[in-house]
Design a protein. Structure first.
Length: 151
């Protein structure tokens, strides 16, 4: 997984139409944040759109940029194939530990994109493994979140 920030829209990128009514205001952003995921050597989501993993943002420190998690994979939903748990966490999160149903653990540190406020972490999931829980911690090792909704 790589994060790429473009201060201005790169050549070849066309901003999406704003959601809603025909006369909705345009996106306020003029920058682009791209999350590129490669699983087993194949880029995810870029088969038909090279900007599929990108979000319009308003500069390097957009406070409206959404946080959230996704489960990326090279197969349909389920436990077959390699997958990647990808998170753009809240500002307080420093690391995360994933517990699998078989009792194994995987830990990832949050990585910041230099010169920006954008951060992410990713945890690889092998074929057949199932997530039991994801725990997020701050820089002082305090538990911030315990999520069991990732089956």
């Amino acid at each position: 997984m790589t994060l790429t920030y473009y201060a201005t829209f790169p050549k070849g990128f066309t901003p999406p139409s704003p959601p809603g009514l025909l006369h909705s205001p345009a996106f306020k952003g003029h920058s682009l944040l791209c999350t590129n995921v490669v699983i087993d050597g194949a880029p995810e989501g870029h088969a038909t759109d090279p900007w599929a993993g990108c979000t319009v943002v308003d500069g390097a420190r957009d406070t409206d940029h959404t946080t959230g998690a996704s489960l990326e994979g090279n197969t349909d939903k389920g436990t077959t194939g390699s997958r990647l748990f990808l998170v753009h966490p809240d500002a307080a999160v420093a690391r995360a530990t994933m517990t699998f149903r078989d009792g194994r653990h995987a830990t990832a540190k949050v990585t910041a994109l230099p010169g920006t406020a954008y951060r992410a972490y990713a945890i690889p999931i092998a074929s057949g493994q199932t997530i039991a829980a994801v725990d997020e911690y701050d820089a002082h090792n305090r538990l911030l979140n315990h999520n069991t909704q990732w089956d």
